[in-house]
Design a protein around this ligand. Structure first.
Ligand code: MD3
Ligand code: FE
Length: 201
């Protein structure tokens, strides 16, 4: 399917059909059963509005004081569950030449949740891309350059869309300004899921 560029990122609209999306949601229900969603606190002790969990060798974690980092275990003390094959298949279709991902961060946006502009730079090799998969309600994605305060562009990400962040876009500032709650029937409970596949180390 045709792709387009936004701020150096490549968007593949409708990369996943309805059947593939439902299969992925079923796999994610197993991930969340083994590694329950939690809302991390920033370094400053402010609770994030997005609920998260992870799959893979590493998971993303943050708490007051120490801030953002990757951890080999869920806060329960258990290892993160493996990344489901349905999700790895997207990486293999789009980023086959890159290293294998060792983290799939699962972001769950309930009504009113958002994510401020930030860079992802806790990984060791910025030559490795990040692949993002959107499921459920529409989300307004914003991307700028590699310096804070520069111009930004926005695009609505819809269920089944896939985004690849490579090259200069890998260090771009980006975030989710808002979601349009109730725009998709994929999730019975409503809301938006974003998966990001990453190479941590
Ligand atoms: C650009 N997630 O988890 S996905 C994140 O929709 C994150 O939940 C957003 O930003 C979400 O860190 C945006 C698109 C995305 C993901 C990773 C990137 C864009 C990116 C890494 C580098 C540059
Ligand atoms: Fe990010």
């Amino acid at each position: 399917s045709p792709s387009f560029d936004i701020g150096g990122a490549t968007v593949y609209p409708g990369f996943l059909d309805a059947k593939a999306q439902h299969a992925m949601v079923a796999d994610l229900r197993d991930v969340v059963a083994r590694a329950p969603l939690f809302s991390p606190e920033t370094r400053f002790g402010k609770k994030m509005t997005v609920a998260m969990t992870s799959a893979g060798r590493y998971g993303w974690y943050s708490d007051r004081g120490r801030g953002y980092r990757y951890e080999p275990r869920h806060p329960s003390g258990n290892q993160w569950p493996p990344i489901p094959d349905s999700i790895l298949a997207v990486w293999n279709a789009i980023a086959a030449d890159a290293h294998a991902p060792d983290c799939c961060l699962v972001n769950f946006y309930r009504e009113g949740a958002k994510m401020g502009l930030h860079q992802d730079r806790d990984e060791t090799d910025f030559a490795q891309p990040v692949v993002s998969i959107s499921l459920g309600d529409d989300g307004l994605f914003r991307i700028g350059g590699s310096e804070r305060g520069g111009p930004t562009k926005s695009v609505w990400l819809r269920s089944g869309d896939v985004l690849v962040l490579g090259g200069a876009a890998r260090l771009a500032y980006h975030g989710i300004d808002r979601i349009k709650f109730g725009t998709s029937t994929l999730l019975a409970e409503g809301g938006r899921i974003n998966l990001t596949l990453r190479v941590v180390d």
